[in-house]
Design a protein around this ligand. Structure first.
Ligand SMILES: [Zn+2]
Ligand SMILES: [Zn+2]
Length: 133
């Protein structure tokens, strides 16, 4: 695994739109790409120490919990220091800082999913992505 995970994600989104009613988070990137997460997916990505674990200890999400409606209900989103967003969830959880890099890297759209799968044997995924757009 020598592939650098380069400039993708270093940039701040051009727009962030939380549609609480629809349960969606829409992120527009400066290169024109749009990333859409549903809130359940976003909750599963929570990168905080409690959910992910730390120092080799498994986190809460690693135990495969059944998420309740409250736990996947997006209440609010705070911008953190120009590099991340911190959603507040219906159960009060708010300690996950989702960096822009993470949000871009984990983009669930078909194009990015395919790019991640191809990543194992391809080094110029960046240019490929742009060429497609
Ligand atoms: Zn968390
Ligand atoms: Zn994408």
């Amino acid at each position: 695994m020598t592939q650098p995970s380069p400039t993708v994600g270093q940039v701040a989104p051009a727009s962030i739109h939380a549609d609480r009613a629809a349960g969606r988070l829409e992120i527009g990137w400066p290169d024109g790409h749009t990333t859409v997460y549903d809130t359940t997916m976003l909750r599963w990505l929570c990168p905080c120490a409690f959910c992910r674990g730390e120092a080799g200890m498994p986190g809460w999400l690693d135990s495969g919990p059944t998420l309740t409606a409250e736990q996947t209900r997006l209440v609010d989103i705070a911008l953190v220091g120009g590099y991340a967003i911190a959603p507040t969830w219906g159960d009060g959880h708010h300690t996950g800082y989702y960096t822009y890099a993470l949000l871009r890297q984990r983009c669930p759209c078909p194009e990015c999913t395919e790019r991640r799968h191809a990543g194992a044997d391809s080094v110029d995924v960046g240019t490929r992505h742009e060429a497609h757009a």
